[in-house]
Design a protein around this ligand. Structure first.
Ligand code: IPD
Ligand code: CA
Ligand code: CA
Ligand code: CA
Length: 283
């Protein structure tokens, strides 16, 4: 298979595969999930996580020839060249318990740099996509994920496409919602002080969707201590194309090939939070 497949062709393949995976996730909720635990009692995997990853890996391997890294077992020897990175369900706890706020996340990473990102907010019916250097879009009306055919989504009746606007560059963290979890709050007293000064905090339970909240301008920042490549590789492209600054919590560049922390924020909110959380010794 050619290394030179055009990015627009690859985007169309990625969107089609994510739409089909989203249909599988919704249909899967009607059947026995066969929930199992992994590292601890709240680290869940279902039959549907595994089935979606198998489906996505088989499709992408046969259609592009690029290797696939996935949370539920697909590994790669290296990140050299082009590698697909899939989280079949991001937010498995939500998938099992709240039955909403979970995502299918698929990225194409080229020599370690995310190139294409597609994230489906499955229950909300929204598909977010971006190609590095070409902006980010949202298909907001994906009420029927089984309509997955490649080609002209913007022109198909009932399927609309919106460009994602650039996030505000001048809005500070004090005027923003900040997304973070209890474990970050417990670990970082400076974060508690910042949250108290902010508009408030939220938590949705899917790192990909939490990044998307920032990229869509609905939150000012997302703070997480420990994300994996499949959690954020796709959302990082969407964030970058929407003007969101993404780094580690110490301000260093985020390399999606490795697990670690993330601070994603609108530019001013990101800079202020970084100063508050890391560099300012008075806080
Ligand atoms: C998890 C979710 C969750 C985050 C965890 C991730 P999973 O992914 O993104 O929001 O806090 O760190 O592992 O396991 O549901 O794919
Ligand atoms: Ca998991
Ligand atoms: Ca995940
Ligand atoms: Ca997962």
């Amino acid at each position: 298979m050619s290394e030179q497949l055009d990015t627009q062709v690859l985007l169309a393949i990625a969107e089609q595969v994510v739409r089909r995976a989203s249909a599988m996730a919704l249909a899967g909720q009607q059947r026995d999930l066969q929930v199992q635990t992994k590292a601890n009692r709240n680290d869940l995997v279902t039959r549907v996580d595994k089935d979606i990853e198998e489906f996505v890996a088989a499709e992408l391997t046969s259609r592009t020839g690029y290797p696939v890294l996935g949370e539920e077992g697909h590994g790669v020897d290296s990140f050299a060249g082009r590698v697909w990175v899939v989280d079949p369900i991001d937010g498995t706890m939500n998938y099992v318990e709240t039955r909403r706020d979970y995502a299918v996340s698929l990225a194409l990473v080229s020599d370690g740099q995310p190139l294409i990102g597609v994230v489906a907010d499955v229950v909300a019916g929204r598909l977010y996509s971006a190609v590095r250097g070409h902006g980010a879009t949202c298909h907001p009306d994906e009420h029927d994920w089984t309509r997955s055919d490649v080609g002209g989504p913007a022109t198909e009746p009932g399927r609309s496409t919106e460009e994602l606007a650039q996030v505000p560059s001048d809005k500070g963290f004090r005027d923003s919602i900040i997304i973070t979890d209890l474990k970050e709050i417990r670990a970082m007293p400076r974060l508690v002080a910042a949250l108290v000064e902010s508009r408030g905090h939220r938590r949705y339970g899917s790192a990909a969707l939490e990044c998307i909240e920032v990229a869509s301008g609905r939150a000012g920042a997302f703070v997480h201590l420990w994300v994996s490549p499949w959690d954020i590789a796709a959302a990082m492209v969407i964030c970058a194309e929407a003007g969101v600054t993404v780094t580690r919590l110490d301000g260093t560049p985020l390399d999606v090939r490795h697990k670690g922390s993330i601070l994603a924020g609108a530019p001013r909110a990101h800079a202020e939070l970084l100063a508050r959380l890391v560099s300012d010794p008075t806080h």
